[in-house]
Write a protein that binds this ligand. Structure first.
Ligand SMILES: Cc1cc2nc3c(=O)[nH]c(=O)nc-3n(C[C@H](O)[C@H](O)[C@H](O)COP(=O)(O)O)c2cc1C
Length: 274
């Protein structure tokens, strides 16, 4: 998830037991210096092969898996004709998958939403030629992230291909995870992990049960990030301080802090509460 999945956050998710962690959407032509110290899965958002070869050459040794996003529903995706808005652009999808496949030995996947059957069949054909798995978040584009995910659609994808299916949508508890794993090969946790990397330790029983907090994130952020930003520190502080009694009021104050010193003072007071 964009901005949420920074390197330090991904590391905490991994320490808690996540098997694979993803970057947010990345344009392969990005000039930004990426922090991939944790060897994450990379998620591309693009509709041409521009920059792919160079990106892979530069970063391949630090990447666990490549994913092409075909599901992003945002206005930005719409105006750039990427994510969900390229599901009819089979030529581009094919060229991108073919180019990635030709330039790396790492696994390759795509991630889709609930899409019309004709698109689904064409995309599965391409995936079967180039990919190792398909991620499915079975909500329509207009649904965004709300409303019920359509499990029947995910079942249909599963029935149409032998590729492993990674199911994504509303998984918040171990029971829900186990339920989905009866039908699908892997599961993906999104929102329930925001500010709560510890959720993965509930699923991975043998992993350490120590609960990570914002200060653990900050320590890792300082250790792993060359270019630190107070905006990102505040953003993650707000994520890690959700859902405790009085959190709404505390987060209002947190949002108004102007520097790290002020923020840490407040966090230390709050950590007595949560
Ligand atoms: C703030 C936010 C950012 C997201 N960013 C991405 C993204 O960059 N790439 C992606 O494939 N999905 C992204 N998603 C979708 C999630 O990966 C996931 O498929 C969806 O939220 C449903 O799963 P959940 O109920 O576990 O969150 C994002 C979702 C949210 C709420």
């Amino acid at each position: 998830m964009h901005q949420i999945n920074d390197c330090a956050f991904r590391m905490l998710c991994k320490k808690s037991g996540a098997g694979l962690v993803y970057t947010g959407l990345l344009n392969p032509q990005t000039k930004e210096k990426l922090n991939l110290k944790d060897k994450p899965a990379i998620q591309f958002a693009c509709n041409s092969t521009k920059g792919l070869k160079e990106f892979i050459k530069k970063y391949d040794k630090n990447i666990s898996l490549y994913d092409l996003n075909l599901g992003c529903p945002s206005p930005h995706a719409k105006s750039s004709k990427i994510g969900y808005f390229m599901i009819n652009n089979y030529n581009a999808i094919k060229d991108i998958l073919k180019t990635i496949k030709a330039n790396t030995k790492k696994p390759l996947t795509i991630k889709i939403r609930k899409i019309p059957e004709e698109n689904l069949k064409q995309i599965i054909k391409l995936a079967e030629k180039y990919c190792d798995a398909i991620g499915v978040h079975p909500r329509t584009q207009p649904q965004g992230y709300s409303g019920e995910p359509d499990i029947e659609f995910a079942r249909k994808v599963k029935s149409l291909t032998k590729l492993p299916i990674i199911y994504s949508g509303n998984i918040k508890t171990k029971e829900e995870a186990l339920e989905k794993l009866k039908e699908f090969d892997f599961i993906m946790i999104g929102r329930a992990s925001i500010g709560n990397p510890n959720i993965f330790s509930e699923f991975a029983d043998k992993r350490q049960r120590r609960k990570f907090n914002f200060l653990d994130w900050l320590k890792l952020y300082k250790k792993t990030e060359n270019k630190q930003s107070f905006n990102q520190i505040k953003f993650q502080a707000l994520n890690f301080t959700r859902d405790f009694e009085g959190s709404a009021k505390a987060r209002d104050i947190l949002a108004k802090t102007k520097n790290e010193k002020e923020l840490l003072k407040l966090i230390k007071t709050l950590s007595k509460t949560f």
